[in-house]
Design a protein around this ligand. Structure first.
Ligand code: HEM
Length: 487
């Protein structure tokens, strides 16, 4: 492992800095100081396999502690026996029946979303697509996790919507800040008080929903089940909050705080990631006209006769080319850039001894640009993920946008369902255009501010995304494009 000196970072240059380091050290693992923290950045496939599967580490790295005041000890942030029990308890909530009922939530919300896009994109208007998608995914996750409609698409400035956005953005910035990471030191910054205020709004809202749901459950138990009107609780049993209210751990129901932690966690994990995935896939389609055309041809074939309608689960399963586009898009712009594990006791990483009490960060974005695995990595080429072209010698741990092993993403199927539903609908309804004519890729390569591609095309247009490099990937400068309604 190469060892480097401490570095002074700024939010805008961190991605660039890390990209350059990975090239300099030939895509080997790196060891860097982040403030006072020594971090091991792991990119070697065999080492990733070791950490996730062969000699698995399941406890999360210290970096996640910063999320505790917000997400408590939910699935993402908990460790040890608590994580194991809760994972076992929550896994059935993601079964096939629930995916089916979630699809209904997605259908209604995506229809509304298309209506919103029609309004916003009138007269070839250029707009920030990322912002609108974020409102959609928030609506979807609120309805599926808590059974409430917050209608962020129509009310993007409500207190709760602003609090969610504040908490996500604030946590990203703190996570990579050497001083603000510590709650005690963070108190010295004036913004701390805004953080406390927003956190309170967030908690009050979610606790309010939980309390109402507990009441609804009690009254549904006390009344005659044949009564149609009061049976709303039973009819909607398949939603996450309801399954948490029914669940038990160690033979007892979950406490109110435990329920809050899991709901807050799903809210966070289940919307920012899908926003990122949908946004960057649509961005790439806006710049790669030939690939957009192929996606449309597949849509026309599968959805023939129902072009403006809703895709069924079976239709979505048949959209193999769209699948490849989403996978390739998540290779170029992985929604989760890295995830971490804590080393409790000295750990043998394929012969490299990692001392106790250190953090290992699996650096997904760097893995995805390794030329030894992805020749010509700056080319947007969905064909790479075509099942017929993948060889059996490929290691599944080469590509881990959803993590891997026992602690992989529990919402992977949910996510793919949502992302596919939304992209499929957009492509069938709109021609996706770059913000100005002439910005489309001429050679199949992406325009980027990072890595050697920067030297190849030194002056990308002003709409090329500046990647905000912190847990979930987003475009710091927004993601601007145009949509033109199809006949
Ligand atoms: C494109 C979308 C998504 C991506 C790329 C993604 C990626 C990931 C990754 C990389 C992890 C960490 C795995 C690890 O530490 O090994 C994770 C964990 C998790 N994800 Fe997702 N995720 C997505 C969507 C979702 C959705 C929609 C939900 C819920 C509705 C969700 C819920 C979770 C939870 C609860 C965990 C923690 C699992 C555990 O530690 O047991 N994710 N996700």
């Amino acid at each position: 492992m190469a060892t480097l000196k401490p570095f002074k970072f700024s939010l805008n240059v961190i991605t660039n800095y890390l990209f350059d380091l990975f090239y300099k050290y030939n895509f080997g693992n790196l060891c860097i100081w982040l403030g006072y923290h020594l971090q091991y950045l792991v990119v070697d496939t065999k080492d990733v396999e070791c950490i996730l599967a062969t000699n698995p580490l399941v406890n999360k790295s210290d970096i996640y502690k910063l999320l505790h005041p917000w997400l408590g000890e939910g699935l993402i942030t908990s460790s040890g026996a608590k994580w194991q029990k809760h994972r076992k308890m929550i896994t059935p909530s993601f079964n096939f029946n629930i995916l089916n009922s979630i699809q209904d939530v997605m259908k209604t919300n995506s229809e509304k979303f298309i209506g919103k896009l029609k309004e916003i994109s009138r007269s070839d208007n250029i707009f920030d697509f990322q912002e609108v998608v974020n409102n959609l995914t928030l609506d979807v996750i609120c309805e599926t996790a808590m059974c409430v409609s917050i209608n962020a698409l129509d009310n993007p400035h409500s207190d709760f919507v602003l609090a969610v956005k504040f908490m996500c953005y604030n946590s990203y910035k703190r996570l990579i800040h050497p001083i603000k990471r510590y709650e005690l030191l963070y108190r010295l910054y004036p913004e701390y008080w805004e953080y406390r205020k927003q956190l309170q709004i967030y908690k009050d809202f979610i606790y309010g929903i939980i309390d109402k749901r507990i009441e609804a459950k009690k009254s549904s138990q006390n009344t005659n089940p044949s009564n149609e009107q009061e049976n709303e609780f039973r009819r909607r049993k398949l939603f996450f909050l309801d399954s948490l209210l029914e669940a038990t751990v160690d033979g007892r129901p979950l406490t109110r705080k435990e329920i809050y932690d899991e709901v807050a966690t799903l809210m966070f994990a289940g919307h920012d990631t899908t926003t990122s995935s949908i946004t960057f896939a649509i961005y790439l389609l806006s710049r790669h006209v030939d690939i957009q055309q192929k996606v449309l041809e597949e849509q026309n074939r599968i959805m023939a006769g129902n072009l403006k309608g809703n895709a069924t689960l079976q239709d979505l399963n048949e959209m193999k080319y769209l699948d490849c586009v989403i996978k390739e898009s998540m290779r170029i712009y992985p929604p989760v850039l890295f995830f971490g594990r804590h080393v409790e006791k000295e750990y043998n990483l394929n012969g490299k001894i990692i001392p106790a009490h250190t953090s290992l960060l699996i650096f997904v974005i760097a893995m995805n640009y390794n030329e030894a695995i992805y020749p010509d990595p700056y080319r947007f080429d969905p064909q790479r993920f075509d099942a017929d072209q993948r060889t059996t010698t490929q290691n599944p741990f080469e590509y881990v946008p959803f993590g891997g092993g026992q602690r992989n993403c529990i919402g992977q199927k949910f996510a793919m369902l949502e992302v596919k539903t939304v992209i499929s609908k957009i492509v069938r309804n709109f021609q996706i255009l770059a913000p100005e004519d002439g910005l489309e890729s001429k050679d199949g390569y992406i325009s980027t501010l990072y890595g050697p591609q920067r030297a190849r095309a030194p002056k990308p247009d002003k709409y090329v995304p500046t990647l905000l490099h912190a847990i979930t990937l987003r475009a710091e400068n927004g993601l601007y494009l145009r949509l033109r309604e199809r006949e």
